[in-house]
Write a protein that binds this ligand. Structure first.
Ligand code: SF4
Ligand code: SF4
Ligand code: SF4
Length: 349
């Protein structure tokens, strides 16, 4: 079997810890009765070896998340190392740091500015912020968006859309952009992690998934900005996929193809949504579960219900790890899309 192909982008989950308690949190170690094999968190020296190995394997762009990345003491050193090493190796790309903003500090914003970091902060609703996160209100994170704009730091407003905050999506997106966010990242709620305990209250209907995208397109058009849908949908689940000009919509699973994930203990997964460990960043070979990895990296996990669809070369039938989590196999349809896959064969784009 040929060596597994390593994507050019990686997400480093620096810590399991978090100061929010989001009901939709998809971290696999937060799942009810989780059997996720959490390990000892890597220390700075080990992260530096890991980053070297990743650069040596062809990785060119890094995102940093958690848990909550700002709770990891050595986060500033890791940011600086990725940045300086990227310059030294001639492949400097912006680093994306994903945070909930609760432990943000002025000094971090300056660190990010100096090290070419793009800051992505979450706002899962304004009125419903407390219900979603367990933290009093969203005013703090909105202030950090404004402050980041003042110092010229580019930011993304990261919104997980659920059945509970769907009614205030227009206001949430508008508020984030008015307060200085540069772009938006929209994530439909995906069952996984702690969210598995709240599926009924959180999972959007198919009508709401379409409505969420329409609202984002409307806000982005009015604000003259652009955004991305971060959690893939199926072409046949969307009424008019061709109508989105400002919102970039993904139909293909990028797990192990576009990016992959290293967890706080160095364990590798195909996607942050995946509960399955497939290797370790400090071991040789890095990828040990090659069969599972290749299903994703070679784009071979399409449901048989999609056989014969003329859009099959550009659509992976929603989220492949949700299919794995809910049905037991990444080769099953994604039943969180709210439609029966195979019932439609619309060659719309
Ligand atoms: S979704 Fe993010 S901010 Fe919320 S609990 Fe999970 S890791 Fe923390
Ligand atoms: S039938 Fe499958 S491949 Fe075709 S559009 Fe629907 S989900 Fe995508
Ligand atoms: S498994 Fe694939 S489709 Fe699901 S969130 Fe990850 S990249 Fe997206």
């Amino acid at each position: 079997m040929s060596s597994p192909r390593i994507p050019v982008s990686v997400v480093l989950e620096l810590t399991y810890r978090c100061n929010h308690r989001c009901v939709f949190c998809s971290c696999p170690w937060e799942a009810p009765n989780s059997r996720y094999p959490k390990g000892r968190e890597l220390e700075l020296k080990e992260w530096i070896s890991a980053i070297d190995r990743l650069y040596d394997s062809g990785v060119q762009s890094f995102s940093i998340s958690g848990g909550e990345a700002t709770l990891k003491d050595c986060m500033p050193d890791i940011v600086k190392y990725i940045h300086d090493e990227g310059i030294r190796r001639g492949c400097a790309n912006p680093i994306v740091l994903i945070s909930n903003g609760l432990a943000m500090k002025e000094e971090y914003l300056h660190l990010f500015k100096e090290n070419d970091v793009h800051l992505s902060m979450s706002l899962p609703g304004y009125e419903t912020f407390r219900e979603h996160t367990g933290v009093d209100n969203a005013d703090g994170v909105l202030r950090w968006f404004s402050r980041a704009k003042e110092i010229g730091l580019s930011t993304t407003l990261n919104v997980t859309v659920t059945r509970m905050n769907y009614h205030e999506l227009f206001e949430t997106l508008s508020m984030g952009l008015i307060n200085g966010a540069t772009s938006i990242l929209l994530n439909r709620f995906l069952p996984g992690g702690r969210g598995l305990s709240h599926m009924k209250e959180l999972t959007l209907s198919n009508e709401q998934i379409n409505g969420m995208m329409d609202t984002a397109e409307e806000v982005l058009t009015e604000a003259n900005r652009y955004g991305n849908l971060g959690t893939e949908v199926a072409i046949c689940s969307i009424r008019s996929p061709e109508r989105y000009k400002r919102l970039h919509v993904g139909f293909e699973c990028a797990a192990a193809r576009g990016f992959f994930v290293v967890d706080p203990a160095g364990k590798i997964r195909t996607c942050n949504h995946s509960p399955r460990v497939v290797g370790h960043v400090l071991e040789e070979p890095m990828i040990s579960d090659v069969v599972y990895w290749n299903l994703f990296s070679r784009g071979q996990c399409k449901p048989s219900a999609c056989n014969g669809c003329i859009s099959a070369d550009k659509c992976d039938c929603g989220c492949r790890e949700v299919a794995h989590i809910l049905s037991g196999s990444p080769l099953d349809p994604d039943c969180s899309l709210g439609i029966e896959i195979g019932s439609a064969r619309k060659p719309m784009i």
